[in-house]
Write a protein that binds this ligand. Sequence first.
Ligand code: FE
Length: 205
Amino acid sequence: MDDRFKYRDDREAYSAARVRALEALLIKKGVITDKSVDTVLDFFETRMGPFNGAKIVAKAWSDPAFKDRLVADTPKAIAELNLPEGMAGAEGEHMRAVANGPHVHNLIICTLCSCYPWPVLGLPPYWYKDPTFRSRAAREPRAVLKEFGLAVPDAVEIKVWDSSAQIRWFVVPERPAGTEHLSEMELEALITPETMMGVAVAKAS
Ligand code: FE
């Protein structure tokens, strides 16, 4: 990922060091304890994460009526599924799904900071929070996606959705050709966080 953009070479280490410094300061000031961050991380690694998003997208691929409901009223459609409690809770308030199609490709970003639908995508990757990525993805999404290895044809419109505390977007990627025989569970394996952010497309394995 490091050489895909013109960022500082050590940006991942730089970002991690900044997080450690902030955590230490918050603990020192008594705002959080040394367990707080681990508790949050554990929750978003074991209960809330891209495995939930993969189930939602696989269901949408298998059931077009569900896909329509998912795009029309995302929280209501998600509530139909047997997912862990809290899908509409912390960092999952006001989630909305946008579906890719033959003429449109969707990309989610947060220009302001790092708003992201954690219950369906998990923890945002460090590059999602990078100011350079955030500004470039809004201004030249086609060029940025190309750097991710995704060449979107000129005839396909790219829509960029800016997440915020009010709306957190995620993408329903297109179901790849040649997967007609797969079960929902097998489809889930093809659905990565990147495909639900719009920086990749789902591929038949
Ligand atoms: Fe944000």
